[in-house]
Design a protein around this ligand. Structure first.
Ligand SMILES: *[C@@H]1O[C@H](CO)[C@@H](O)[C@H](O)[C@H]1NC(C)=O
Ligand SMILES: *[C@@H]1O[C@H](CO)[C@@H](O)[C@H](O)[C@H]1NC(C)=O
Ligand SMILES: *[C@@H]1O[C@H](CO)[C@@H](O)[C@H](O)[C@H]1NC(C)=O
Ligand SMILES: *[C@@H]1O[C@H](CO)[C@@H](O)[C@H](O)[C@H]1NC(C)=O
Length: 377
């Protein structure tokens, strides 16, 4: 009986609301793209729109039931693939387009845990191309409210090429070893990795620039093939909040493929690290050696052998002891790569992430015991 009365009352209230002018309690909650409680990470242009796979946003929401992304005209057509994770569950793929996109929320609340009142939603572009998500606004259900998102104490900055960008993986960078490592440490993580690009600022496999230039730009190398944004802008590193606590570089495959000599590569790399040191003054920098290109006969195609050791020694000689060689020799075999392109498979990336996680623990880094933003109130 009481329920019936309540239902009637709600119907009356709804009727009143429907005729009311302006915003009412029953309206969905519209979050504009400049809302201060949206936590943006990675590289966003002024539209605002993403570049570089892995760039995205995180939300902490009270009473969340529905979420849709309203995207603008700079979104990749026909669609961009994004990874979505609710309450730190595995990322799943959603393809989004210009206009309204309902994001299916798979709640972590499995056991009717009524204490749970807030939800963390993490969203990022997955692809190394077709990765532009132009955010106009976010629509939440009536009664939902944005809460502050608190970042992890750890933030990784990864810099690389196809071997870090997750090229050829179904879920792109979300399945690549840098992303997996960041997740395993319950860290914030930003991946700036461009398939085909050299570190040297040369044209390589369709990339107009190398990472020693493009790393300092907002846009990835895809800008060159883009008609609505055919230019690059400097990245304002003050927007990386928090600043990276650990920097990881895995690059050189495309320099070698473009016949850049060891000497020239080492000089470019050392100049790059010097420039990084103007941003990351004292953070540990991890220099990966190549794991090489594994062949069917069990041999490994090596490149730039010795260069990485010399780069690290040169930094030490300059008094910078906070640069570390990560010797990945033997980490990847033919069983870990796609036979036709020798890039790591999904399982291969998991293996690499596991080995690097063990390496980091051995080095002295402990994973955080919990995320910066717990999802239960
Ligand atoms: C998203 O689009 C890609 C490319 O068109 C497709 O392969 C994939 O299956 C789609 N994913 C979903 C979840 O629909
Ligand atoms: C972008 O601009 C460059 C010149 O800077 C030009 O070579 C290229 O073709 C342009 N790309 C598109 C898609 O218009
Ligand atoms: C690199 O050198 C090899 C061997 O001399 C040659 O076959 C190849 O065409 C060169 N590649 C480039 C991009 O110059
Ligand atoms: C890297 O590891 C391999 C395999 O364990 C070893 O042979 C090589 O000497 C190591 N290189 C350096 C610079 O430590």
């Amino acid at each position: 009986m009481r329920l019936l009365i309540l239902a009637t009352l709600i119907t009356v209230l709804r009727a009143v609301n429907a005729t009311a002018v302006g915003s009412t309690a029953a309206d969905p909650v519209l979050i504009p793209n400049n809302h201060p409680l949206i936590y943006f990470h990675g590289r966003w242009d002024a539209s605002p729109g993403t570049w570089w796979g892995g760039s995205g946003l995180k939300l902490h929401v009270e009473n969340l039931r529905t979420l849709s992304l309203h995207l603008g005209p700079h979104t990749t057509a026909p669609s961009a693939s994004i990874g979505v994770s609710v309450d730190y569950q595995p990322f799943f793929q959603v393809n989004v387009s210009t206009g309204a996109n309902i994001i299916p929320l798979i709640p972590a609340k499995k056991n009717n845990d009524d204490r749970k009142t807030s939800t963390v939603v993490r969203i990022n572009a997955e692809g190394w191309q077709n990765n532009r998500v132009n955010l106009q606004s976010i629509q939440l259900n009536t009664g939902a409210k944005l809460l502050p998102y608190s970042t992890s104490k750890l933030t990784f900055q990864f810099i690389g090429d196809s071997l870090s960008a997750g090229q050829f993986l179904p879920q792109g960078v979300d399945q690549a070893w840098p992303f997996l490592t960041g997740e395993a440490f319950k860290a914030e993580h930003v991946v700036v990795a461009q398939p085909g690009a050299a570190l040297s600022d040369i044209v390589s496999y369709g990339n107009e620039h190398g990472l020693s230039f493009q790393f300092f730009r907002t846009e990835d190398d895809g800008y060159f093939y883009t008609t609505d944004h055919n230019f690059t802008t400097p990245w304002n590193f003050a927007r990386d909040v928090p600043a990276a606590t650990h920097v990881v570089i895995h690059i050189g495959a495309n320099d070698a493929a473009q016949n850049v000599t060891g000497n020239a590569f080492e000089q470019t790399y050392l100049n790059f690290v010097s420039r990084l040191r103007t941003i990351y003054h004292a953070q540990p920098i991890f220099v990966f050696t190549p794991w090489g290109w594994p062949n069917a006969d069990g041999s490994i195609g090596q490149y730039l052998q010795g260069s990485y050791e010399r780069i690290v020694h040169a930094r030490h000689a300059l008094g910078d002891r906070n640069v570390f060689l990560v010797n990945t020799t033997g980490w990847v075999t033919f069983a870990d790569v796609f036979p036709d392109n020798q890039h790591p498979t999904v399982a291969g990336h998991q293996k690499i992430a596991g080995l690097f996680e063990a390496w980091l623990k051995d080095w002295g880094l402990r994973p955080e015991s919990h995320w910066g933003t717990p999802f239960t109130a």
